[in-house]
Design a protein around this ligand. Structure first.
Ligand code: A3P
Ligand code: MG
Ligand code: MG
Ligand code: MG
Length: 399
């Protein structure tokens, strides 16, 4: 008889019976749990169970977001007026938006062939299927193929215009509280992108309605801190933030390989804190956030930048607070917060609505929040919540 042995490591459990497992091995991989059975011809079985949750999903997401960032950088450099389209909500949608969505959808499906594939994404192919969209569709297809060719593999696929439409429309999933769903904003901060400022490629993964991993590619974000009063000799830009549930948040240079673990700042005195908000006053009330900042005693002026780059910057301690108060009637979408929120929470921060409730990503594409979204570290959250409540009450009584 063989002996039974248990090994415990940080994230794996191995149960072994017997000592020689050279002759047979079968692996079943399901939802990040690797189960291996190994036996030798004399039939002593060995069962190894190790948990590496979402490891391959994270690798695929980083690859997809990095390539999409390359595509977006190319377009932003050569941004032509004709690349800007108008959708019913009047937000500019660029060739890069569609190209990024098609590329990410294609790469995720290619890299994870054994998994059921579902993406909740911002764009759909409606306009590109019209006669008037044909030139744009050709341009997108060329861009996607050029980017795939730049991946360096000899056997890259060449996508047709139909393949591109199909890849974009993979993003029609409704999400929800059951199973695995990718959540994609192919360019978050489209207005910043068109202006030549900050934007992000934001990709998250939901499992049973909870965000379990997130990747944020921020091609124009400096690698050095952007907090107020910071001066750095390096002006290198391009950051990739990524986080997996229980594993912390990391940052690396886009296209680089050295990763650094990041943490939110540990300031507990609001007078030393600085805060982020949207560049666009139409997306978030600047008046309300300045009233909150005043109540808290924040001295520094707001840092206004576009996109989920704010979550990334906060996760590495560039600023202490992010305030977002959309104007009446606006409903938040999950792709604007899924990746950013896990990047911050895994770095030690807290993301809630204005009433202190955690964000609920399990209800489909909308993210219904009370009044707005607030983000900060553990120490500042109680006083921030008090200031938010006071400012909202004052606003309500002045109406
Ligand atoms: N009226 C509004 N209020 C709040 N958010 C809005 C808005 N109109 C658009 N947005 C969202 O704000 C996002 C940009 O965030 P930020 O203001 O932090 O830069 C946009 O993402 P897209 O650029 O992906 O469309 C869009 O989803
Ligand atoms: Mg948009
Ligand atoms: Mg967005
Ligand atoms: Mg977008």
């Amino acid at each position: 008889m063989g002996t039974a042995t248990f090994w415990w490591r940080a994230r794996s459990i191995s149960v072994g019976v017997g000592s020689d497992w050279r002759l047979y091995e079968a692996r079943i991989q399901k939802r990040g749990i690797v189960v291996s059975t190994r036996r030798r011809s004399s039939s002593l079985p060995t069962l190894i169970v190790s948990s590496m949750p979402y490891e391959k999903e994270l690798a695929a997401a980083k690859k997809a977001a990095t390539l999409a960032a390359r595509l977006c950088q190319k377009v932003q450099k050569a941004l032509l007026q004709s690349d800007v389209h108008s959708k019913s909500d009047k937000s500019p949608v660029t060739v890069a938006d569609y190209g990024s969505q098609a590329l990410i959808s294609f790469i995720l499906e290619r890299e994870l062939p054994s998994e059921p594939f579902s993406i909740v994404a911002e764009e759909d192919s409606g306009d590109l299927r019209k006669e008037s969209g044909q030139d744009t569709l050709k341009r997108i297809t060329e861009l996607v193929n050029d980017t795939l060719a730049s991946e360096g593999s000899n056997s890259f696929s060449i996508l047709t215009t139909d393949d591109v439409l199909t890849a974009i429309d993979n993003g029609k999933s409704e999400g929800g509280s059951v199973g695995l769903h990718w959540v994609l904003d192919p360019i978050d901060g489209t207005k910043g992108f068109v202006r030549g400022d900050q934007y992000a490629i934001a990709l998250g993964l939901l499992h049973e309605g909870k965000v379990v991993l997130g990747v944020l590619a921020c091609p124009n974000l400096p690698l050095a801190s952007i907090g107020s009063n910071q001066q750095h000799s390096s002006n290198e830009v391009g950051c990739l933030f990524f986080a997996k549930v229980g594993d912390g948040t990391y940052m690396q240079a886009l296209g680089g390989s050295t990763q650094t673990r990041v943490h939110v700042c540990d300031i507990d005195n609001p007078e030393e804190a600085s805060f982020f908000e949207s560049f666009e006053a139409a997306h978030s009330s600047h008046d309300l956030s300045s009233s909150i900042a005043e109540k808290l005693g924040v001295k520094a002026p707001p840092v206004r930048i576009d996109s989920q780059a704010k979550y990334g910057a906060l996760s590495r301690g560039d600023g202490a607070i992010y305030l977002r108060f959309p104007h009446k009637g606006y409903r938040e979408k999950i792709w604007d917060h899924a990746a950013g929120s896990i990047v911050v929470t895994e770095a030690g921060g807290i993301v809630t609505d204005a009433a202190g409730n955690p964000l609920d990503f399990s209800k489909g594409k909308f993210l219904d929040v009370v009044s707005g979204i607030i983000v900060t570290n553990q120490k500042l959250m109680p006083s921030l919540l008090r200031a938010v409540k006071e400012a909202l009450n004052e606003k309500a009584s002045s109406l």
